[in-house]
Design a protein around this ligand. Structure first.
Ligand code: CA
Length: 225
């Protein structure tokens, strides 16, 4: 799965250069050029890590980080200009996972992002979950049919499917799913609805007996074999 990054940076030359490098390194990148756009990208969900420039034109990146941290554990790598040690320290105190001081090499940015992503995923013993014709390989973080056809999933879709497939028949509320998968109520319940909708479409392509996501009215969702 390609990790999805939010790049929140107001300098277009720098942002475009970072984006093309990161994409070549296998990341998906959504660029936001100010704090407002950054906030809305984070609200939309599906982001695995944010790269956040603290010097933004429409409000401090620190404010954005503080707001994010009040509701979410999303990994954040902060970027600061030179000579702003106070900002850097504040960023770490607020809960940035790492920081880089401009100028830095693209390689270094990639190395930091990978390290933070690794740290943010505690290793668990991988297993293969089986529900009907669905196989979920938690080690490879991949889902496939029992005859081996992979199901292309975005990272959050995968996370949602893994959670449901680990407990077929169990009902999860939208709030529980937000908490477990997005780490918070920073997201809107509509995020869950969208992800469930997309997952349903993908599960429908499985051979019979395909599991399906059932809506439990007034409560939430479960995966039925
Ligand atoms: Ca800036």
């Amino acid at each position: 799965m390609r990790p999805h990054l939010a790049l929140i940076e107001d300098d277009p030359d720098f942002a475009l250069m970072c984006r093309s490098f990161l994409e070549r390194e296998g990341f998906m990148v959504t660029w936001a050029m100010d704090a407002r756009a950054g906030k809305s990208v984070l609200h939309e969900g599906g982001i695995d890590l944010a790269v956040l420039d603290l010097g933004l034109p429409d409000g401090s990146g620190l404010e954005l980080l503080r707001a994010l941290r009040s509701t979410s554990r999303l990994p954040v790598v902060v970027i600061t200009g030179r000579g702003t040690e106070a900002e850097r320290v504040a960023g770490l105190e607020i809960g940035a996972d790492d920081y880089l001081v401009k100028p830095f090499s693209q390689r270094e940015l990639v190395a930091r992002i990978r390290a933070v992503l690794r740290r943010s995923q505690p290793p668990e013993a991988p297993v293969v979950l089986r529900v009907g014709s669905l196989r979920v390989d938690t080690g490879a973080r991949q889902a496939a049919s029992d005859d081996g056809w992979p199901i292309p999933l975005r990272p959050k879709e995968y996370a949602l499917l893994e959670l449901l497939a680990a407990a077929p028949g169990r009902v999860f509320s939208a709030e529980q799913l937000l908490e477990r998968i997005w780490g918070a109520a920073w997201q809107q319940p509509a995020t869950v609805v969208e992800h469930v909708y997309r997952l349903r479409g993908k599960l429908a392509l499985l051979p019979s007996p395909a599991p399906r996501i059932t809506t439990v009215r007034g409560y939430g969702y479960r995966l039925d074999p």
